[in-house]
Design a protein. Structure first.
Length: 229
């Protein structure tokens, strides 16, 4: 009997020693430091590749649940998606607050600019950062976005700001941003041509007044990187 008890005691001592020496189990991939309803702040800056801040730019937090496989239909079910929007200040800074809801695991911050086209207004994405792994590290969540096509934003804003006549406003409202713009100052005034390659049209203005609309076979729009000037 004493031999059995001694062996049991030794075994228990060994198990205890191994438990102390063993590393702590890793945290679950989606163990959350937040409670439902708690506000999580997402903040950062938006700038061009040279570091110049981009002001008054739309920034959106896209939050979604993971998609899943429906075994009954063997099809992929898209996860739910929610968004929170903000705009950058004069220093290119933004801040977004998300009210925590369990089950949402994908977090991406997106910078975009609205662009008017023939079919109406759409948004052109400029930069995107996945911050899903940073969310678990606590609030605030920092996300710095770099807009490689900052020149496109500048050209678009300059074009829209230069619209000054009723004819220009009407054409812009109907057809949106041109694929290319040609301007030339001459003795008779300033001539400009707005090219819409996909529509097969060029609108020609003289001092802002619509002078002529020429039509041609629609072609695929070349990669111009935005309106020229």
């Amino acid at each position: 009997m004493s031999r059995f008890r001694s062996r049991t005691t030794a075994e228990l001592a060994l198990v205890a020693a191994l438990a102390v020496a063993a590393p702590a189990p890793a945290a679950l991939p989606w163990s959350s430091p937040y409670r439902d309803g708690e506000l999580v702040r997402f903040t950062g800056t938006v700038a061009g590749p040279d570091g110049t801040a981009i002001a008054d730019l739309d920034v959106e937090l896209e939050v979604s649940t993971r998609g899943r496989l429906d075994w009954r239909t063997l099809s992929r079910v898209t996860g739910e998606r929610r968004t929170v929007a903000a705009r950058t200040n004069a220093r290119g800074e933004y801040a977004l607050d998300w009210e925590w809801v369990s089950g949402y695991r994908q977090f991406e911050v997106v910078a975009f600019v609205p662009v008017r086209g023939p079919g109406g207004e759409t948004r052109q994405e400029l930069a995107r950062v996945d911050v899903s792994s940073r969310v678990r590290q606590g609030s605030p969540v920092l996300a710095v976005l770099t807009v490689q096509s900052a020149k496109f934003v500048t050209a678009l804003r300059e074009f829209v700001a230069a619209i000054s006549t009723d004819d220009e406003r009407r054409v812009y409202a109907e057809a949106g941003r041109p694929d290319s713009v040609d301007r030339r100052a001459g003795p008779g005034g300033t001539e400009s041509a707005w090219w819409y390659f996909s529509l097969g049209r060029v609108y020609r203005f003289l001092d802002g007044r619509l002078a002529e609309v020429q039509r041609f076979e629609p072609v695929r729009s070349p990669e111009t990187g935005g309106s020229g000037g």
